[in-house]
Design a binder for this molecule. Structure first.
Ligand code: CP
Length: 324
């Protein structure tokens, strides 16, 4: 694995999940794999889980992890080629990234979309420019359109949950539903895009996406899934419900319908096959998901967030192995 930007960088999803699960059992078994190596974690946006889990993962492998909040503490970076830098940007990525490439062995970066210009966001300029100019492996800590570490964790959590419920594992292919939820802000499509991309590539589930009209995602990520605007129909017999808000893709970055009836409730969960509920967090309680679900044993959200460490550790370990 040279970089980790999307599922396309992964040869075998199940093998990577297995590796993550092995680290969960024995966190320090590769304590010397990253000795003398350093990962730079660059944040252009806020984070709690991604930031902490990546640092812990690196430390478990014996690596140093240095976090740099570029967005709030660094010089404002310019990403456009041939830019005339007479505006607010102070340093070009062309100058900054090669220096980071000398300081670090791996560069891990979190960016967000503007949600203003779809073409710009979906071109993934920030990540592409770091890959182009850093000269070292780059790991996405969430980009403008994808969140691959979250998706790897999500598949690990589904796999783990099935292992713990042998009856479900043996009896049928699990039904996994990605269900749009209301929100007060326009959010990126990253988590939904990425989850769809990974679920389709994984192929071990009956994957259904449900959302109100006008919330269609980019087909390049959803192709292969069953898509319906009827949430009740989608939830029927589901084994896992992944709840997530996203803003519109076609008329980009907007909130259209924000019907509170799309919030997953205990009553809706009765339609499912005793489904477990997932969310990447942070979650707006009683807007996206009700307290009664989040505070119940049906919720996998804490386990899911805890698993971020092992997913990050598996990815860093693979990159160290491939680039040693
Ligand atoms: N799920 C997730 O990426 O959480 P953070 O934004 O806290 O990193």
């Amino acid at each position: 694995m040279k970089n980790f930007i999307s599922v396309n960088d992964v040869q075998d999803i199940n093998a990577l999940v297995k590796k993550a699960m092995e680290y969960k059992i024995a966190p320090f078994k590769d304590k010397s794999a990253g000795a003398g190596k350093r990962v730079g974690c660059l944040f252009l946006n806020p984070s709690m889980r991604t930031r902490l889990s990546t640092q812990i993962a690196a430390q478990n492998l014996g690596m140093d992890a240095i976090v740099f909040n570029v967005g709030s503490e660094g010089w404002a970076l310019e990403f456009e080629e041939e830019a005339i830098m007479s505006g607010n940007t102070v340093e070009h990525v062309k100058d900054a990234a090669p220096i980071m490439g000398k300081y670090f062995d791996i560069l891990a970066i979190r960016t967000f979309p503007s949600l203003k210009n779809r073409e710009d966001d979906y071109s993934e300029l920030y990540i592409r420019q770091f890959i182009k100019y850093a000269g070292i492996p780059v790991v996405s800590l969430e980009s403008a359109t994808l969140h691959p570490l979250q998706s790897l964790t999500d598949i690990m959590t589904i796999t783990e949950s099935l292992e713990n419920n042998k009856q479900k594992k043996i009896s049928h292919k699990p039904k996994v539903v990605l269900s749009w939820a209301p929100h007060v802000k326009a959010l990126p499509q990253c988590v939904a895009n990425s989850f769809s991309q990974w679920m389709n590539a994984w192929g071990h589930a009956d994957f259904v996406i449900t959302h109100p009209e006008d919330y269609e995602l980019n087909e390049q990520f959803t192709k292969g899934a069953t898509i319906t605007n009827n949430q009740d129909e989608a939830l029927k017999d589901a084994d896992f419900v992944y709840v997530k808000n996203w803003s519109t893709y076609n008329d980009y970055g907007k909130i259209y319908c924000n019907d509170p009836d799309w919030m997953l409730t205990r009553d809706k969960l009765k339609l499912t096959h005793q489904a477990k509920v997932m969310h990447c967090l942070p979650v707006r309680r009683n807007v996206e998901l009700s307290d009664e679900i989040l505070d119940s044993s049906d919720s996998l959200v804490t386990q899911e967030a805890a698993n971020r460490v092992w997913a990050a550790q598996a990815v860093l370990s693979e990159i160290l192995r491939s680039n040693s």
